[in-house]
Structures are given as structure tokens and as C-alpha cells.
Design a protein around this ligand. Structure first.
Ligand code: C2E
Ligand code: MG
Ligand code: MG
Ligand code: MG
Length: 289
């Protein structure tokens, strides 16, 4: 390999690193096979209005069950897919499937699809979104794309042009994991985003007892409101966290307190029962790990 021919570098390529690299390569191969066999599935987690308990949106989350390794988290396999073009195939598959699934939900409910920065900045992305909308017949306003701050490390003019193209299509844009990435507020001034998702790290375990997180949550909510954006508190698990983010004005809540990610069949079963409500249930206070 290239690394072995560069003799000088080879010395620093320790056996630990080599093990990690070959593990990643193996995971990549397994992932490619799983994609070929259609083994990647989507799960849906509700975004709930905490004042009414009504679901407003479901976020599509990839699920992969490997026979030998068990469940493998997207946090683990998405970065592997991003090493090559596999992310494009996976991303387009998730987009198509999510649009199709959402079409059988009540038409007031949106679907949110995660987009890898690498997929987002590729020239064909706008086309892929348009194709998924057309193939499914889903109205563009029911599709939300979740993007992280990491897209803004690229060429800003290119990124800006992609945003404008997507806006023209009529889809909604959501800024995921806000507050953890590339820290600049400059990208908010263009008004691209409809929604800000406050990262779980500010939400989980937050209390009113002198912790700094509630102030950060309040500030993000105020910033979002001033700019005409909705806010979502992510990762709410306990009753006291729910009360806190509600009091601090978060428009929507996503987290185990309302539901873990569920299958499309479970989503449909719930709507068939005539209910669009998710009731909070969880421990009274966050349990420290
Ligand atoms: P994310 O978009 O920030 O998704 C939220 C993650 O938090 C999900 O993990 C969800 O299951 C988890 N979560 C939600 N509520 C709670 C809670 O109350 N407590 C705890 N502990 N966790 C909660 P998941 O499904 O493992 O996804 C991890 C990340 O993988 C996602 O973060 C997203 O960045 C990425 N991902 C998932 N699906 C896709 C996809 O289709 N495309 C791309 N590009 N990335 C994806
Ligand atoms: Mg997300
Ligand atoms: Mg998130
Ligand atoms: Mg995340």
C-alpha cells in the first residue's frame, strides 16, 4: 500500500493504528454488502409539541443489524460510509424511503432526513432531493433536511448556492446538533434555516440548580425566535429535563421521554388507532451515569 512504500512514515504506523484501519476497512465491506442486500432500515422518532403532546414531525434514523456484530449505530457506520461514495447511495436510499413512508402519514406531519456534509456539498444533491420528492409525490414542504454545522467548513459560496437551490425546491432546512460544531453565527444571518435543534449535550442532565446549560438553552431559543426559527430540544429523557426545556420555551421536544425511534409499522399502527399523541414517560430526574 501507499503507506508501506513511504518507509519513513511506516515506523509511525503502529500496530494499533493498523488494527483500527483494518477494522474500518472490514466494516466498510460489511456495510457495502448490507446496502446491496437492502439490510439498512429506517426508524422514526417523533418530534413532539410539549404543550399538546402532538407529534409534528418524525426524524428518520438509519438502523443496521449485522448478524455477527448485532446492532451497529449510525454514529459508527456513517463516518465509514463517508470515506467513499457509499454515503451517496445510503443517503439517497434514506431520502427516497423516508419520502415514501411519510406519504402514508397524515398530511400535517413532516419527515426529517439527516444529510451528511459530504453528500450535501456534492453537485448532484439538489437533483437527488427533487427525484425523491417526485418519485414519492410528497409535497416539498413536508420534507425537512437536517444539516450539521460541519457543512460550513467548505467553500461558503458553494454552500450558499446549494441552500438557495434547496429553498427554491420548497423543502425545509433544520440545523442539527446546534452548538457543538463549527462555532460561528455568521451562517445564521442568511436565514436558510427553519429550525434549530439544540444539541443533546446542553439538554441531558440539565437542572435548575446552578448549572450553565439552562442559560444556554434560553439564549438559543431567544436567538432562534428573533430570527424566525423553531427550536427543538434533543435527547430529553427525564421529567425534570422536559419541564425545564418547556419552561425555557423550546417549541418541540425529541427524546426517549416521548418515544425511542420506532418502525414505520409502529407509526402506522398508532395513526390507525386515531392517535397523533405521544405521552411523556420517564424517570423523574436524570440519572447520572
Ligand atoms: P442525530 O441526527 O443528532 O440523531 C439523534 C440521535 O440521538 C439518534 O441516535 C437518536 O436515537 C438519539 N436519541 C434521541 N433521543 C435520545 C434520548 O433521549 N437519549 C439518548 N441517549 N439518545 C437519544 P442514532 O439513531 O444512533 O443516530 C446517531 C447519528 O447518526 C444521528 O444523530 C445522525 O447524525 C446520524 N444518522 C442517522 N441516520 C442518518 C442518515 O440517514 N443519514 C446521515 N447522513 N446520518 C444519519
Ligand atoms: Mg438529526
Ligand atoms: Mg441531533
Ligand atoms: Mg448527533
Amino acid at each position: 500500500s501507499a503507506k508501506e512504500t513511504r518507509g519513513g512514515t511506516f515506523c509511525f504506523f503502529t500496530s494499533e493504528l493498523r488494527d483500527a484501519a483494518s477494522k474500518t476497512a472490514m466494516l466498510g465491506e460489511r456495510l457495502r454488502d448490507a446496502v446491496d442486500r437492502g439490510e439498512l432500515k429506517l426508524a422514526y422518532q417523533p418530534l413532539v409539541d410539549p404543550l399538546t403532546n402532538e407529534v409534528k414531525c418524525f426524524e428518520a434514523l438509519l438502523r443496521w443489524h449485522d448478524e455477527d456484530e448485532g446492532d451497529i449505530s449510525p454514529a459508527q457506520f456513517i463516518p465509514v460510509a463517508e470515506n467513499d461514495d457509499l454515503i451517496i447511495r445510503i443517503g439517497e436510499m434514506a431520502l427516497k424511503q423516508a419520502c415514501m413512508d411519510a406519504l402514508s402519514w397524515p398530511d400535517t406531519i413532516r419527515v426529517a432526513v439527516n444529510v451528511s456534509a459530504k453528500q450535501f456539498i456534492r453537485p448532484g444533491y439538489r437533483k437527488a432531493v427533487a427525484a425523491a420528492l417526485q418519485a414519492s409525490g410528497l409535497p416539498p414542504g413536508r420534507l425537512e433536511l437536517e444539516i450539521t454545522e460541519s457543512v460550513f467548513v467548505g467553500d461558503l459560496e458553494t454552500v450558499d448556492a446549494i441552500f438557495r437551490d434547496l429553498k427554491k425546491l420548497g423543502v425545509r432546512l433544520s440545523l442539527d446538533d446546534f452548538g457543538t460544531g463549527y462555532s460561528s453565527l455568521g451562517y445564521l444571518k442568511h436565514g436558510h434555516f427553519n429550525k434549530i435543534k439544540i444539541d443533546q449535550s446542553f439538554v441531558r442532565g440539565c437542572t435548575e440548580n446552578g448549572d450553565t446549560n439552562p442559560a444556554i438553552i434560553t439564549a438559543i431559543v431567544a436567538l432562534a425566535k428573533a430570527l424566525g426559527m423553531e427550536t427543538v430540544a434533543e435527547g430529553v429523557e427525564a421529567m425534570d429535563e422536559l419541564e425545564l426545556v418547556k419552561a425555557r420555551g423550546a417549541d418541540l421536544v425529541q427524546g426517549y421521554i416521548f418515544s425511542r425511534p420506532i418502525t414505520q409499522d409502529q407509526v402506522l399502527a398508532q395513526f390507525a388507532e386515531g392517535s397523533n399523541m405521544f405521552r411523556p414517560s420517564g424517570p423523574p430526574r436524570h440519572r447520572a451515569e
